[in-house]
Design a protein around this ligand. Structure first.
Ligand code: URP
Ligand code: ZN
Ligand code: ZN
Ligand code: ZN
Length: 467
């Protein structure tokens, strides 16, 4: 017989309900739940008992948007699969879905194989992949079918970054038609990249080189326009659509309008858009470079629409878009030219805590916290109920969460391989205490007990959010 672990006395919170229950874990899976204090629960024995009194017992977080080691802007994202997944575990996330990248002129296969190799044997927690399409052609389209069968069931396309990841509307339509036929889900980076590049050039000509101009040229209207266009293309293709890193109020309005018509259109936002703003981009002394990502941080007024969208289910998922670049040597590449600052923010370690703070602040209910951070990303990307919930048969990916302890977020104490925190000095209430990944304790009362290679590659089914 394998090992049995008992998590006793906590408040079990899932997207569906909250119950005072004991959770029995056996051989890496959840074997049973029983109401705390009942005879059934009292009779359970285990090799290890975790005391969860006064704590929440929640599913491990599912972060459906990370970029470990991403080559971008002439450099690489500073977290490897090893450091990034360890940091994720510290933050109560037990599954990431990262993006394998197709290089222009190369096959999806070669890109995917490169990402399998990067992650293999390195991860502290389980992982899966989406595929970035940078070169949509006949061969790519055929390969999409094979990838769906292999468990890579979602494809990111870019309306931004001409010359790098950009696809034109014809390529996007073809990829959507293919996804409509093979069950794949198209994820869209919705910004009008051609128009943005004109504004970038004009800003630089005027001598507007500081990081804050990154936010000014990447206009909310150009996010909304691209979001609208992506929705119409998806309608024409009869395909579902998932818009990533939504930041503009006007883009939320496009998603809301589409959903009000009953269209299968979904939206993701990220903690940086909920907690940070264009004010950060305007911090003096090139500090603003720390906050350069795309879509950009918006004026604070946009946040209300994002919170509302999360409450009304016009936005369904919060992922991090974790794509860290060190301030020293990486963000600094863009001194004197904001367009050369590598785009991306660190955050894989902070998401669960920041969203718990949103519960404390009254933006979300506890169950909605778990829904947007665990259950819905798992369903959206074909990992449910293995991931994203606490139920018999599910993987024992479980976080014992202390909702009372205060902590101050800082680069001095975080575990991500990046020399700053986007949330430096922010105090939040709540802290991850213990984390199980497939039944193995990887964080034990705030000590790391995991190991590189414990995490395994997890193939996915097609989107489960449509049915
Ligand atoms: O700025 C960002 N978001 N960097 C990562 C790449 C992407 O577009 O998601
Ligand atoms: Zn209680
Ligand atoms: Zn993107
Ligand atoms: Zn991204």
């Amino acid at each position: 017989m394998g090992t049995r672990t008992l998590i006793r006395g906590g408040l079990v919170v899932t997207a569906a309900e909250e119950t005072h229950a004991d959770v029995l874990v056996e051989d890496g899976r959840i074997a049973a739940l029983a109401a705390h204090g009942t005879e059934a629960a009292a009779a359970w024995t285990a090799d290890r008992v975790i005391d969860a009194r006064e704590k929440y017992v929640i599913p491990g977080g599912v972060d459906a948007h990370t970029h470990m080691e991403l080559p971008f802007g002439g450099t690489f994202a500073s977290d490897s699969f090893e450091t990034g997944t360890r940091a994720a575990a510290w933050g109560g996330t037990t599954t990431i879905v990262d993006f394998a990248v197709q290089t222009q002129g190369r096959s999806l296969r070669s890109g995917l194989d490169a990402w399998y190799a990067k992650a293999d044997g390195k991860c502290a927690i389980d992982y899966a992949f989406h595929m970035i399409l940078s070169d949509v052609n006949e061969r790519t389209l055929k390969e999409m079918d094979l990838l769906v069968e292999e468990g890579i069931t979602s494809f990111k396309l870019f309306m931004a970054y001409p010359g790098v990841f950009y696809s034109d509307d014809g390529q996007i339509l073809r990829a959507m038609q293919r996804a409509s036929a093979n069950g794949g889900l198209v994820m869209m980076h919705a910004e009008n990249g051609l128009a943005i590049d004109v504004l970038v050039e004009q800003a630089l000509q005027r001598g507007e080189t500081d990081p804050r101009f990154h936010g000014e040229v990447r206009k909310a209207l150009l996010e909304a326009e691209a979001t609208h266009r992506a929705i119409q293309l998806a309608r024409v293709a009869d395909a579902p659509l998932y818009v990533v890193h939504v930041s503009a109020e006007e883009a939320v309005a496009e998603l809301t309008a589409a959903r009000d018509q009953g269209l299968p259109v979904f939206g993701e936002t990220c903690p940086q858009y909920l907690f940070l703003s264009a004010d950060n981009l305007a911090e003096p002394g090139f500090e603003g470079a720390k906050y350069v990502c795309s879509t950009p941080l918006r004026p604070r007024e946009h946040q209300a629409a994002l919170w509302r969208g999360l409450r009304t289910d016009d936005l369904q998922v919060v992922s991090t878009d974790h794509c860290p670049f060190c301030f020293k040597g990486q963000k600094e590449l863009g001194r004197g030219d904001f367009s050369k600052i590598p785009n991306g923010l660190p955050g894989v370690e902070n998401r669960m805590d920041l969203l718990h703070q949103a519960v404390v602040d009254g933006h979300l209910t506890r169950r909605r916290w778990i829904e947007i951070a665990c259950a819905t990303p798992a369903r959206m990307f074909g990992l449910y109920p293995k991931k994203g919930t606490i139920a018999p048969g599910a993987d024992a990916d479980i976080v014992v969460y202390d909702p009372h302890t205060e902590q101050t977020i800082s680069a001095a104490t975080h575990h991500m391989s990046v020399d700053y925190s986007a949330y430096e000095g922010k105090t939040v209430t709540g802290q991850v205490e213990t984390v199980l990944s497939r039944g193995e304790v990887v964080i034990d009362r705030r000590t790391y007990t995991g190991r590189a290679g414990h995490g395994v590659y997890t193939p996915r089914s097609t989107c489960q959010y449509l049915n």
